[in-house]
Ligand binder design. Structure first.
Ligand code: PMP
Length: 308
């Protein structure tokens, strides 16, 4: 589905009409995949549009840049202000926010030192990533043969554009097999995550997610769900999850900015639990949706109200 355009894109400090937000074909990052980005959501609440954990996302953008030696051309504060302004200028109530920092056009060759560091932020309406239905019914997944990038190859904690070549291959593999989404193991054969989501299982009333040492990205939704589960009195652990452990779990679900909290119904054609949205998944998902929609004031510190 083509994305729904908005009016302006922020490029290097300027608000440029959507169709004019272009780059040269010899843009360094286009060839060599070295850029960093974020994916953030703004939700329509009864108190106006609010961005979920905006500062945390922009701080992660800064960390990603540090991990791959990119000098962020603007401060975290400037990225926050520009995102808020973009939502207002494009008159969005609910949208996805995509900041990206990349090497522009000037020189070729691997050393990016002399290439200008460019930044852009786009916002556009983007519905449920794995489909509205999947939030209730769950998704069918495949454990792909592709392995999550090893930390000695590329830093898994950096949201670099290059890392997503790995995610794309995993996703395509799942789709070609008729599945909704992939699950990646790491090089040791342990469950890491989805191509763009963290993964949780539920066992005997406890919630378990792979540790960051598995190669999973330090997801902001992952952190939110761990916090919320603890607050709800549901025990949470970071533990290694083997393929068998995943397949025998009572419940499983993905978390992510795009996927929000999506139940996993099947893994490799085997049903997880009762094959739908498990009880604990449902409780966590419900709480998460209340929070992002501004219905639970206990978590207001996670919301950045755009018109405040
Ligand atoms: N893992 C990967 C590889 C991702 O791309 C994402 C999306 N940023 C996530 C996990 C989930 O992270 P978050 O909850 O911060 O969106």
């Amino acid at each position: 589905m083509p994305l729904e355009t908005t009016e302006y894109i922020w490029m290097d400090g300027e608000f440029v009409p959507w169709d004019e937000a272009n780059v040269h074909v010899l843009t360094h990052s286009l060839h060599y995949g070295m850029g960093v980005f974020e994916g953030i959501r703004c939700y329509d609440t009864s108190r106006g549009p609010a961005v979920f954990r905006l500062r945390d996302h922009m701080e992660r953008l800064g960390n990603s840049a540090d991990l791959v030696n990119i000098d962020l051309p603007y401060s975290v504060e400037e990225f926050i202000d520009a995102s808020r302004e973009m939502i207002r200028k494009n008159d969005q109530d609910e949208c996805y926010i995509r900041p990206i920092v990349f090497y522009g056009y000037k020189e070729m060759g691997l050393n990016p030192e002399d290439s200008p560091v460019k930044a852009a932020i786009a916002v556009w309406p983007w519905g449920s990533y794995l489909g509205e239905e999947s939030l209730k019914k769950g998704v069918e997944t495949k454990i792909t043969e592709w392995r999550r990038i090893h930390p000695k190859i590329l830093p898994p904690q950096a949201k670099t554009t290059a890392n997503y070549a790995n995610s794309i291959l995993a996703k395509q593999d799942a789709l070609e097999g008729g599945y909704d989404e992939a699950i990646l193991l790491n090089m040791d054969g342990e469950v890491a995550e989805g191509p763009g989501e963290n993964l949780f299982i539920v066992e005997d009333g406890e919630v378990i997610t792979p540790p960051l040492s598995s190669g999973a990205l330090e997801g902001i939704t992952r952190n939110s769900i761990m916090t919320v589960a603890e607050d709800m009195g549901i025990p949470v652990f970071e533990e290694t999850i083997t393929e068998d452990r995943l397949k025998e779990a009572d419940e499983a679900f993905f978390t992510g900015t795009a996927a929000e909290v999506t139940p996993i119904r099947e893994v490799d054609d085997g049903i997880i639990g009762e094959g739908g949205r498990g009880e604990i998944t449902k409780r966590l998902q419900g709480k998460f949706f209340d929070i992002i929609k501004g219905k639970d004031e206990d978590y207001d510190e996670w919301l950045d109200f755009v018109y405040d």
